[in-house]
Write a protein that binds this ligand. Structure first.
Ligand code: NAD
Length: 487
């Protein structure tokens, strides 16, 4: 095992976590863990299969029938709060694991670890505050509603933000009293396993959380189609999201889909450009563009186009990609495959103007999957690079004339995850916020610093259902109406 990795690992990454125990996967398979910054293998993880998913679901069912299912809501909250404190205590280890596993610059990995702790804190406090209603009804009746957990919930997460996605999805599910089976992505599992161990240390009852790494087509598909699962939360690509939804439909199981995006930032001529600038670029190149909510399109009103473009170019030219632990603006991409995908998109840019390119650090290891960030100017709104999710550090600038055209271009993709409006005109801010097709709209900011409290999710091919905030607790519960006739 890689020495740098060993310093931050306090558990055996080649095991799976079922019923509160670290165990061998049933078929004893292994998968390599690659360091995207170097291309070298760092360790091995378990290759969980349907046999392991069966055991994980059985453990989750037993937890619901046992101690976990009987815990009062405030006790569930206390356990989540303890997990959050342990995450904070292990912050440096978690950040290093994520940086090495995902290729994410260390500062960004630290932010993800802080967000995981914050999710635990938020859902700890929320666990005993989900209430039903009493409903006025006919004479002689009392009617009320109960919010109940679904039961066993499946969580299939991608490699780009493991800690944040586990926090929002597993955190909310456990707060509501569900049991969880988590299938992290094969490319980046280490912090999911670390989280399981911290949950164990915090006293989470056995089986309430089970973690089975493995391939998507094996462990992932087995979980999505499992008859013992009552809710699936999937975060990942549109293509796989459709398969997961189809598998869950066979069992008539509800699904939350958090998929991709092509999120626009719309800059009007009256915007404060200096305030906007760091957000315009930062919200795309964060995590080397491998962010579902990356703002990969900048729409600029024509009167300020010639003023803003040089400002964007100067920012791009100062960007540098390098190893995660060097903590530059960008790390490598997750894999050779992801680099090939991004390069194949860039091959479509022949007819476009490359306005600026960042750099790759001269000492970046040859085997790492580095791509220099690229800014494309004057891109036609229906060009494939302005329509498809690239999932790399590639951003397009599109000019527009007036509010109508801004709305048409901003809403003119299959996606609808996040959007922002930059303008000092209050009435325009309100109009645009209403008209933009997105699950979240930001005015004179982008992302609001993450915001664990803020409901998040998409429309169109960005998915459906909401995670984060209080809203997630409704998604991770089912409503029962009780009508009592007492005369
Ligand atoms: P992916 O769809 O390839 O994989 C996501 C997860 O699904 C992984 O755990 C994978 O093992 C699993 N999987 C693969 N095939 C499966 C199958 N047949 N059945 C069940 N599970 C299967 O996505 P990715 O490449 O890991 O992540 C990138 C994508 O995720 C991008 O499109 C990005 O926009 C999206 N994403 C969305 C959000 C959001 O919140 N909306 C957040 C992060 C990433």
């Amino acid at each position: 095992m890689d020495d740098a990795l060993k310093q931050h690992l306090w558990f055996d990454p080649a095991r799976i976590f079922i019923a509160g125990k670290w165990v061998e996967p049933a078929l004893r398979g292994r998968l390599p863990v690659e360091n995207p910054s170097t291309g070298a293998q760092m360790a091995e993880i378990a290759r969980g299969t349907s046999e392991d998913i069966d055991m994980a679901v059985a453990a989750a069912e037993a937890a619901l029938d046992g101690e976990w299912g009987r815990l009062p809501a405030f006790e569930r909250g206390r356990i989540l709060a303890r997990i959050g404190r342990l995450v904070e205590a292990r912050l440096e280890d978690l950040a290093h694991l994520e940086a090495m596993d995902v290729g994410k610059p260390l500062t960004q990995a630290r932010n993800d670890a802080r967000a995981l702790a914050r999710y635990m804190e938020f859902y700890a406090g929320a666990a005993d505050k989900v209430m039903g209603e009493t409903i006025p009804y006919l004479e002689g009746y009392t009617v009320y509603t109960l919010r109940e957990p679904h039961g066993v919930t499946g969580h299939i997460v991608p490699w780009n933000y493991p800690m944040q996605i586990i926090g929002r999805s597993v955190g909310a599910a456990l707060a509501m009293g569900n049991a969880a089976v988590l299938k992290p992505a094969e490319e980046a599992c280490l912090t999911a396993l670390a989280f399981a161990d911290l949950a164990r240390e915090a006293g989470l009852p056995d089986g309430a959380l089970n973690v089975v790494p493995g391939l998507g087509e094996e462990a992932g598909a087995a979980l999505a189609g499992h008859r013992g699962v009552q809710h699936i939360s999937f975060t990942g690509s549109v293509e796989v999201g459709k398969k997961v939804q189809a598998a869950a439909a066979a069992n008539v199981v509800p699904v939350t889909l958090e998929l991709g995006g092509k999120s626009p930032q719309v800059v009007f001529a009256d915007a404060d450009l200096n305030a906007a600038l760091p957000f315009l670029v930062g919200a795309c190149i964060q995590n080397a563009g491998q962010t579902c909510s990356a703002s990969s399109r900048i729409l600029v009103e024509r009167p300020i186009y010639d003023e803003l473009l040089p400002m964007l170019i100067a920012r791009y030219e100062a960007l540098m990609a390098g190893p995660a632990l060097a903590d530059l603006a960008l790390g490598p991409l997750i894999s050779a495959r992801q680099k090939e995908i991004v390069e194949s998109f860039l091959a479509l840019a022949d007819d476009l103007e490359i306005a600026a390119k960042g750099r790759i650090a001269p000492d970046a290891p040859q085997g790492g999957h580095y791509v220099a960030p690229v800014l494309l100017a004057d891109v036609p709104p229906y060009h494939p690079l302005a329509q498809q999710e690239i999932f790399g550090p590639v951003q397009v600038v599109i000019p527009f004339d007036g509010e109508e055209e801004a709305v048409e271009i901003a809403n003119g993709t299959d996606f609808g995850l996040v959007a922002s409006v930059w303008s000092k005109n209050g009435a325009r801010q309100m109009r645009m916020a209403k008209r933009l097709k997105a699950g979240q709209v930001f005015v004179n900011n982008y992302g609001a610093g993450g915001g664990v409290e803020l409901p998040f999710g998409g429309v169109g091919k960005s998915g459906h259902g909401r995670e984060k905030g209080f809203e997630a607790l409704y998604g991770f519960s089912t409503l029962k109406t009780v009508a009592v006739k007492h005369g």
